[in-house]
Ligand binder design. Sequence first.
Ligand code: K1U
Ligand code: ZN
Length: 169
Amino acid sequence: MAILPILTLPDKRLRTKAKAVEKVDDSIRQLVDDMLETMYAAPGVGLAATQVDRHIRLVVIDVSEEKNQPLCLINPQIIHSEGEQVCEEGCLSVPDIYAKVKRAERVRVTAQDKDGKHFEMDADGLLAVCIQHELDHLEGIVFLDRLSPLKKKMALKKLQKQAVVSNPV
Ligand code: K1U
Ligand code: ZN
């Protein structure tokens, strides 16, 4: 297993739209294991392949307290969503910026697992938020894009300031 480098804004590769996984083979299973290790080490509750510069429809998630319920979604699609919730989100690709984002309260998702088997699942609460956040990454969308123009501008300014502090000229 390996810890993979995570892309951070303003890296344009985060804007790439992911392509479908054609075949779930050993190389995909290896990537799933590496992404889980990367997510746990970060630490985070989710990670999209886009964030590790692999532009395929694959995400890993674990919102359990004990970090023992890894979920791997290959070729995920949200087929139904309902309700509304506002949750404070963070992102491993947007370090140290947190903001409240409005999302659906419940989602129904179809995906394939590590063996390529198709399944369907329902999610609510934090799991539903995380699924929507990670599927956005696969479309090249980051959570700041879902804020008002003013809040997004403020967040980007903060991000720029952080970059200057950590990389002084
Ligand atoms: O996609 C990512 O960058 C991962 C992101 C997922 C996420 C978090 C919160 C709401 C929506 C989506 C993170 O995991 S950010 C880190 C974080 O929230 C966290 C870290 C350790 C423990 C618990 C949460
Ligand atoms: Zn993110």
